[in-house]
Design a protein around this ligand. Structure first.
Ligand code: IPE
Ligand code: IPE
Ligand code: MG
Length: 246
């Protein structure tokens, strides 16, 4: 398995306490564009470099799971032109980037509602990228698309009802096993860019005990060094999971 050699200074990061799963809310594309007098869509386009630099950084760190929030179930409220742009843009990213991700040993997964609004062509690209990279093990890169944390829980409950699972058999394990990606571990670290201090319906179930790191950086300006800084911050935290220190 290809192990990435650190190219940059990882000074101050303990290699034995790298978060296994990092989740990112890639926010601030519109404001980045507005600051430059550009249409919002240019901000989304500029976010691509940020995303792939972050993927490289995660590989350098040896992160096993990276999940990014690309389109929420609430983002359909945006102007139709922007929504259309985002559908086409995501389709084009998958087509243009899947081979290089595959060569890096990255497995691609998708989390979100499939049977609601997403164009068939985009679903097809997702399935192709997932199939192409299915046996890769270096890192699992999940794109949350048409994803909502509440929708995910609703969908899990619908499945339980469809399967006629009795109330006495419903526990956390029963719900977890019906989430979009049952094998995905909970994020250890969640990073949100653009100075907003909220979750915006991302991974509600999974982030129960995630460490949250917020940065003022707008997503198109985010680079692997910001990722490393967030990991340093993560390593300064004291995770207790409700228990008391020994
Ligand atoms: C995040 O950037 C990208 C998506 C939600 C698709 P925004 O488009 O939300 O940018 P701001 O928050 O308006 O600056
Ligand atoms: C969250 O950002 C969704 C994504 C990054 C895909 P939003 O920009 O949609 O969140 P709000 O509206 O500021 O809460
Ligand atoms: Mg936003």
């Amino acid at each position: 398995m290809a192990r990435y050699r650190p190219r940059v200074d990882l000074d101050g990061i303990d290699p034995n306490r790298i978060p296994a799963h990092i989740a990112c809310v890639m926010d601030g594309n519109g404001r980045w564009a507005r600051k430059r007098g550009l249409p919002r869509t240019e901000g989304h386009a500029a976010g691509e470099e940020a995303l792939f630099d972050t993927v490289e950084g995660a590989l350098e760190l040896g992160v096993k799971w990276l999940t990014v929030y690309a389109f929420s179930t609430e983002n359909w409220k945006r102007p139709p032109d922007e929504v259309r742009y985002l559908m086409g843009f995501n389709e084009s990213i998958l087509t243009r980037r899947r081979d290089e991700l595959n060569e890096r040993g990255v497995r691609m997964c998708f989390a979100g509602r499939r049977d609601w609004r997403v164009p068939k062509r985009l679903l097809k690209r997702m399935d192709e990228a997932a199939a192409l990279t299915a046996s890769n093990r270096t890192m699992t890169f999940t794109i949350a698309f048409n994803y909502g944390g509440r929708a995910e829980i609703v969908d899990a409950v619908r499945q339980l009802v469809d399967e006629r699972v009795p109330a006495s058999k419903i526990d956390e394990k029963a719900i977890r096993s019906r989430l979009y990606l049952p094998d995905m571990p909970d994020p250890d670290l969640m990073i949100r860019t653009s100075g907003e201090f909220r979750i915006s319906n991302f991974l509600l179930w999974e982030m129960a005990y995630s460490e949250l790191v917020f940065t003022e950086v707008l997503w198109p300006d985010f680079r692997r060094d910001h990722l490393f800084e967030a990991v340093r911050e993560f390593q300064r935290r004291d995770r207790r999971f409700g228990a008391v220190e020994e």
